[in-house]
Design a protein around this ligand. Sequence first.
Ligand SMILES: Nc1ncnc2c1ncn2[C@@H]1O[C@H](COP(=O)(O)OP(=O)(O)OP(=O)(O)O)[C@@H](O)[C@H]1O
Ligand SMILES: [Mg+2]
Length: 246
Amino acid sequence: MTFYDTNIYYIIMILLFSNQKGGVGKSTLAALYANHLANGDENAGVMPRQVQFIEADMQRSLSSQREEDIASWGEDNIKYNLDFCYIKDYDTSVKLMQQLREFNEQNPEVTIIIDAPGNITQDYLAPLFIYSDYIVCPYSYQNIVLDSTSGFIRVIEYIKSTRSEMTAQFIFIPNRVVKGVGINQEIENFQKIEEIFKSKGYLAPRIYNRVDLARFNTVFNTPRQERECEKCFAFIDNIVLQENNI
Ligand SMILES: Nc1ncnc2c1ncn2[C@@H]1O[C@H](COP(=O)(O)OP(=O)(O)OP(=O)(O)O)[C@@H](O)[C@H]1O
Ligand SMILES: [Mg+2]
């Protein structure tokens, strides 16, 4: 669905950060990307964009971070809403996505970012995938993570095969990459896996394992954090903004 506003048009945009594997960086990267969009980049001529963040993860780690951030930085410096939503069954899951779609129809300039719950194998979470535009999937180069991520892809592809209205595309992010680690055999395997991921969706540039990225807030990124995520986020911006013809 498109909305016209003089010569700019927007398409409904919901980015769901998800992977069934825990601890891959979903919440961290979702928050860093939201900060990145909401603040823009004056030097690079990138305009700030409106963001609505939904934390759908029971751990509420981002909601608690936001409370701390309001105390530290003050309400006035908060650039986007961050709301918590407890998804307990199919009804709450469908309702959340319907509300977000309606919200986005009325506010097409707002990018919606969802930090998905970890227990994605629950059937009642299917609407999150069905009604999102992109499934942003961080993973790391460890066999256990790669196996789990492959399983996740299969689940999503299965849902997609049963629901014609589902158009979501994958954006994979290699996260917590450690330079120069891995024997040749492993590196070859990882390259094969990258090829598979590329055939399933977009493969974003890597994000390295950095202490700077582990310590983030929900207001702004430090110049170092922006630099560490620069290529990856520019890649995602390109996909999202290009589709929106902005
Ligand atoms: N690029 C990175 N460099 C260093 N640390 C990172 C990076 N990405 C994530 N982390 C750290 O990895 C841990 C897991 O990250 P995070 O909580 O974002 O993952 P998650 O996928 O949301 O986990 P969960 O499944 O528990 O919700 C955290 O301690 C976080 O600080
Ligand atoms: Mg999380």
